[in-house]
Design a protein. Structure first.
Length: 311
């Protein structure tokens, strides 16, 4: 009892940091010393919190939320958030530090509690990832690609929709993307303060600079947009520094925008946009066929869509 607000969030969407900010700067909590940042850049360091803010991951089953009669902040995820979120979430969520850029990605049971990938990998790749907790890069890239081709089926988006539909009556929706912009973050925090009268007084906004500096990939968030422009304009640029998630996004964009082609399924990826352009120009006519990865083709539902056939 005595909780001033509950924070419900999916793993990796900064719920612990938001708890720190409210506990640190609310006039309803005791003085909080120190900072929550770990060597991994997350906000998981143990501090002497007031225990007046509850933060938790909603449950897998109805009613999903706890303390449903109390004020809530629900951190939300939009389809446009997926590219940046997927790039860093495997390293940050639970401090699991899963490197998705290795040729063989090493998982662990704790990570799979946050991200239950087992069903999809078994269904689409006949792969039991719990046997040795590894997955090849080309398989993971393809899985990300499917998510970008049909983002409504992304785990983040599916859960977000469920949580919004079942949110407690007194809930404020806090977009995860607002954490990534200092002005939007403090503007949204001000709205939270007015909604729940948390008496928040931010006397040092530099703490958010440190939070942003800890976010891997933020400084390259627009890199794929640049790559796509070079492909569209038939210009060459080096893309050997793209990470696995970015490669998957580019692959999805190619398959959406060029009919009857599928990006190669192998660990290696194109090194330049010139290679992609040449590959597209010389893609064998006798290989071209309806792409089962696309949910929509020529504006109508694709009858060969893989995810529908696998239901």
């Amino acid at each position: 009892m005595g909780h001033i607000v509950n924070i419900a969030f999916q793993g990796g969407t900064h719920g612990n940091y938001l708890r720190f900010i409210i506990d640190k700067f609310s006039g309803l909590t005791s003085n909080l010393s120190g900072f929550p940042f770990t060597k991994n850049g997350t906000s998981h360091e143990e501090l002497k919190y007031s225990n007046k803010i509850v933060r938790y991951h909603p449950k897998k089953n109805y009613p999903y939320f706890i303390n449903v009669d109390d004020p809530h902040i629900l951190i939300t995820v939009d389809e446009t958030d997926l590219l940046l979120l997927e790039r860093f979430v495997t390293k940050r969520a639970g401090d699991c530090k899963i490197d998705t850029n290795a040729d063989v990605i090493k998982l662990d049971p704790v990570f799979l509690e946050y991200f239950p990938w087992e069903e999809n990998f078994k269904k689409y790749y006949n792969l039991d990832i719990t046997k040795n907790y590894t997955v090849n890069k080309f398989v993971l890239r393809d899985c990300y690609k499917l998510s970008f081709l049909d983002p409504k089926k992304s785990g983040f988006i599916v859960k977000d929709k469920i949580f919004k539909q079942n949110q407690p009556k007194n809930t404020f929706l806090f977009p995860v993307s607002h954490f990534w912009d200092i002005d939007k973050f403090f503007s949204t925090l001000e709205q939270v303060d007015k909604r729940f009268n948390l008496q928040i007084n931010i006397n040092d906004k530099k703490v958010h600079d440190q939070f942003l500096n800890n976010l891997q990939c933020l400084d390259t968030k627009d890199r794929v947009s640049i790559v796509i422009e070079f492909i569209k304009n038939n210009k060459n640029i080096d893309i050997s520094n793209l990470d696995t998630v970015e490669q998957a996004y580019i692959s999805a964009w190619i398959e959406k925008n060029y009919k009857f082609v599928q990006v190669p399924l192998c660990n290696s990826f194109f090194k330049t946009t010139g290679e992609i352009i040449q590959w597209l120009e010389n893609y064998p006519e006798h290989y071209k066929a309806m792409n089962p990865n696309l949910p929509i083709f020529n504006g109508i539902p694709n009858p060969f869509h893989l995810w529908n056939l696998k239901k």
